[in-house]
Structures are given as C-alpha cells and as structure tokens.
Design a binder for this molecule. Sequence first.
Ligand code: XMP
Length: 326
Amino acid sequence: TWTMVNIVDEQVERIRARVGGKRAICGLSGGVDSAVAGALVQRAIGDRLTCVFVDHGLLRKGEAEQVEKDFVAATGAVLKVVDAQDRFLDALRGVSDPEEKRRIIGREFIRVFEQAAREVVAEGGKDGDDVEFLVQGTLYPDVVESGGGTGAANIKSHHNVGGLPDDLRFSLVEPLRELFKDEVRRVGEELGLPSEMVWRQPFPGPGLAIRIIGDVTRERLEVLREADAIAREELSRAGLDRDIWQCPVVLLADVRSVGVQGDGRTYGHPVVLRPVSSEDAMTADWSRLPYEVLATVSNRITNEVREINRVTLDVTSKPPGTIEWE
Ligand code: XMP
C-alpha cells in the first residue's frame, strides 16, 4: 500500500539521486508546503541544504518567530533569515493590479534567494560549491491553477509557478508537485514537524499583499495584520481550526464608509471575512460559521482596529469566486 512512509522514502531517494553532493536552498514562507518540502530535502541532503526565510513584510503576526523557533527545532535545518521588507515594499509601491503584485513578489523572492545563495557560497569557504538547486513547496493544485498542468487556463499566477523570472539560474526541486494538501500534511507529520505548523491554515506566499485590495503600504499592512490576528484568535478559541480550510481577511483599502465609533463619526475601511471549507482548494464552499463567532470577530475588529469600521462576510463559493480576492 501507498503510505506516507513510502512517499517520504521515495522522495528522499529521488532528491539524493538528483541533488547528489551539490547544494540547495529552500525558501520557507512560514506555510505548511515550504516547511514540508524543506524538511524532506533536509532529510535527504542534510547541511547541504540552507533554508532561507524571507521576511518580506507581508507576513501575519507571529509568523517569523514560528519559523525561527519551531521549524529549526523540529528539523535541525540550517536557517538563514533575510529581512527584505524595504525591498519588497519599495517594489510594490503604487501597484494595485493583482497579477502585477504576484509577478513582482515572485521576482523579488528569486532575487533574494540569489543573493542568499551567493552568501552561502561565500560562507562555505574554499570548498564552496555553487548553489544549483532551489527547493519549492509547489503542490499539484498550484501547478494546475497557474496554467502549467493539463492546459487549464491561467487563473492566477501562484508566486512560485507563474511568477518566476525567465532568467532563473536555479534548477527547481519540487518534491510535493504531485501531492494535495492533505497528503502534504501527513508527510509533514511523518517528518516530525510540530502539529501547529502542519495543521495551520494555508497562507499564500505573496502574503498579505494579495489581501489588500488596492496598493500596499506599511500602514495598510499593519491594519490588516491586526484584523487578521483577531480573526485567527477567535476562530481558534471557538475550536474551528480544523473545520475550516482557511479564513482570509481582506482589506478593501480603497473603499470607505461612514460609521460611528466611540463618540464620533468615522470614515473608515471595510474588511471582508472569507471563511471557506475545502478538500484541496480547487473548489470551495463558504463556511457556515456560528453567528456568535462572527459577532465576536466583528465586535473585536471594529473596537480594536481604529481604521476599520465595518466587517462583511463573503458568501461566495469557488467557483465562481476564488478563495483569495486577488
Ligand atoms: P485561490 O485564491 O486560487 O487559492 O482559490 C487557492 C489556495 O492557494 C493559496 N494561494 C497561494 N499559495 N502562493 C501560494 O503559496 C500563491 O501565489 C497563492 N495564491 C493562492 C490560497 O491561499 C488558497 O489556499
């Protein structure tokens, strides 16, 4: 029978055969997929892999800390953390088109990986071989939806598939390319990753940038980060983490509406809650969350995040809506 142990063993063999004595880097996003891909390659080639965690400034609250502590503790992987916030935010300044954001983010990731690879080589001293391989946590649905699978139309360019620059100098290692999310989670458990990491909700590589409808600024990111942290906290408190697939919080940054908060009129922004249930993200339905939970999330966001004066609920399935708004 085809068990997770088989998948792990087979992939480890395949990676060893392909990467051999060469070096690789793996971009960690904080999400499940890249963590599992990194852990698999680490098992195959050990310290010849360097994991690179890019803080692009588009992360959720607490995300960087989780990678720095939990991932390293579980895998023993060599980790390099790159603070690239200015670089990404500069590149994104004034950009509101979704595909343009994705292209820019995909490109900047690669530039940062190239820089990190040069540093890895320099630090390696005399026997410093070049880094030839880039490990990515691309899944089967990412390939299909980026138009790379069976000729499906390009729905959106997942940052690590359709968003790659033409002059990429790495060979890609994508050990999860044939797997769905539930299989990836089981592989992650098999590899001993902590369950908070394995069971966390999916979070897209382009991060909060594609959950701000409009252009991306530090202020908008800060607002969305706070609202997102509240929604996640309340969904966890209600015990709903494994019932829903994920719940993006989307900031309608160019929309304003009139409200009354405290003792006065406000002219703030709405956020959209997008809770979905899904098996593999290819299709999804909106989750019928308990009204009490929705009420708590709404009250807390509008009380605690000054710039937000309205909370709305997205009741669209996929199709016709995608899960993320961009
Ligand atoms: P959509 O919005 O296409 O999302 O229905 C399907 C799933 O994929 C995630 N997603 C991404 N993940 N890079 C990623 O790593 C991306 O560019 C990307 N775009 C969407 C999304 O969160 C959902 O789980």
